[in-house]
Design a protein around this ligand. Structure first.
Ligand SMILES: Cc1cc2nc3c(=O)[nH]c(=O)nc-3n(C[C@H](O)[C@H](O)[C@H](O)COP(=O)(O)OP(=O)(O)OC[C@H]3O[C@@H](n4cnc5c(N)ncnc54)[C@H](O)[C@@H]3O)c2cc1C
Length: 427
């Protein structure tokens, strides 16, 4: 995308083609105009189109250009925040609603994939949160306890079972979340967009929303060569926001995250790593993630941006770390590399905003956007349809407030990851 092999990497080369779309030209009318064609915007469009509502999506770049086309593909059932913490932070009513929706989010994703026959390499064998050291083990034990108390299908694994499922002895334990799974994220978001279009929605790419004006009680959203006028505006531009969505971007701190994909592994080696094909990540503060794709490539990721001097540091560290975890990889070739920005909010929870009359946004998934983005897109659609009131949603309405010390924190993340990876896995 954008002729940059480091933006969407493997996903760009293995995803089915995007549905045919073009730039907006001329002036159109709609019931709802949606800005941003990621999981949130495409899910909103699909849920609106299913109800026969005329929805138009304006996307600045291409479908899946933002986090949705770059991510690891872990379809999780929660946030980073511990389950019991949500009601404490959001209050019992919103916290419990959010936990319920997050818990159901993977099955919402899997149901959409099935119903609309989205070809996106879906696996439904769960995810593994792998414990590094005693502290990591304590963390996943507590997570397991809190989820199990809520009746969630999660299991704490230790000893030989961890070694068998992950393929390494490096972890003290693992939390297997059977609600979760993996997808090819760009293929999924393209599939959502295709399904929405087939049901009557329109998606315009290369059509940045530049201005919003009130025209006789409706909102006119202007792009460089056209406009859409609608009764309701849904902003789904998240941390990749520009122009009229910029305020949403500024309330998040961008955490860079890169991924490398090996050449397809031999049958013998691929059976020795994640043989049941769970997606995995670890409990380290500068965490690593790993999973296989349909063609048997190992995809390994961690915090950092593949640019400037950092790129080689992250590549060298990844190779050392991969061999430490899975010596059987030997001198495997790395075929793809890419990175993107994860938007982090101050309390690691998403934000619901009312920007104006009938102008709403939900953003800030803190690296958990597949399930949450899909269900929040559905929530935005229900709100636009008038099926629910804003107070029925699982998040309280807050004011948009810029993140404090954003640029300092972003520099800290980038340099911190370089330092950690420069010294890491040398011994
Ligand atoms: C490297 C990485 C790894 C991740 N891994 C995971 C994971 O494994 N599991 C998980 O659940 N989540 C993961 N995430 C998080 C997840 O990808 C995001 O939370 C999610 O993609 C957000 O979806 P969205 O639709 O809200 O926004 P995006 O997907 O970012 O879409 C926003 C879109 O808005 C467009 N846009 C911006 N401004 C305008 C404008 N003015 N007009 C029109 N369009 C505009 C952008 O071009 C973009 O396409 C990861 C994120 C990254 C970056």
């Amino acid at each position: 995308m954008n002729d940059d092999p480091r933006s969407h990497g493997l996903w760009e080369s293995s995803a089915p083609a995007a549905p045919a779309t073009r730039e907006l030209e001329g002036d159109l009318q709609a019931d709802v105009v949606i800005l941003g064609a990621g999981f949130t915007g495409c899910s909103a469009a699909l849920h609106l189109a299913q109800r026969g509502v005329r929805a138009i999506v304006l996307e600045k770049n291409d479908i899946g250009f933002g986090g949705s086309g770059r991510n690891v593909g872990l379809v999780n059932a929660g946030m980073w925040v511990m389950p019991d913490e949500l009601p404490r932070v959001l209050g019992a009513e919103y916290g419990e609603r959010l936990l319920t929706q997050l818990g159901e989010a993977p099955s919402v994703v899997f149901d959409l994939i099935e119903r609309f026959a989205i070809d996106c390499e879906v696996t439904r064998t769960g995810t593994l949160h792998c414990a590094v050291g005693r502290r990591g083990l304590e963390e996943i034990k507590e997570r397991a306890r809190q989820w199990q108390a809520r009746g969630a299908d999660v299991v704490l694994l230790v000893g030989k079972e961890v070694e068998r499922l992950v393929g390494t002895q490096r972890y003290e334990g693992a939390l297997l979340d059977r609600r979760a799974g993996t997808i090819q994220p760009l293929a999924y978001v393209r599939g959502l967009a295709k399904a929405a279009i087939e049901l009557g929605a329109s998606v315009f790419i290369r059509s940045a929303a530049l201005r919003r004006e009130d025209v006789s009680g409706r909102w006119k959203i202007s792009t460089a060569r056209g406009s859409v006028t609608a009764g309701c505006v849904l902003l789904a531009t998240d941390v990749y926001s520009t122009d009229i969505g910029a305020a949403i971007k500024n309330e998040q701190v961008r955490l860079p995250y890169f991924q490398l994909a090996t050449a397809p592994l031999s049958e013998r080696v691929r059976q020795s790593i994640l043989p049941e094909r769970q997606g995995a990540w670890d409990t380290k503060q500068i965490l690593s993630s790993f999973r296989l794709d349909r063609s048997g490539r190992l995809i390994f990721g961690s915090v950092g941006a593949l640019r400037g001097g950092g790129a080689q540091i992250h590549r060298d560290w990844s190779r050392r770390e991969l061999i430490r975890l899975f010596p059987q990889l030997g001198d495997v070739a790395i075929d793809h590399e890419w990175f993107g920005m994860i938007g982090m909010t101050a309390d690691a929870l998403p934000r619901l905003h009312i920007h104006d009359r009938q102008v709403f946004s939900i953003s800030g998934y803190n690296g958990r956007g597949i399930g949450p983005g899909t269900v929040m897109g559905r929530n935005l659609a229900r709100l636009a349809l008038g099926d629910v009131s804003i107070h029925d949603l699982p998040l309280p309405v807050t004011d948009v407030s810029p993140a404090s010390l954003r640029t300092v924190k972003e520099a800290f993340y980038e340099v911190g990851a370089q330092l950690a990876h420069f010294t890491g896995a040398r011994i």
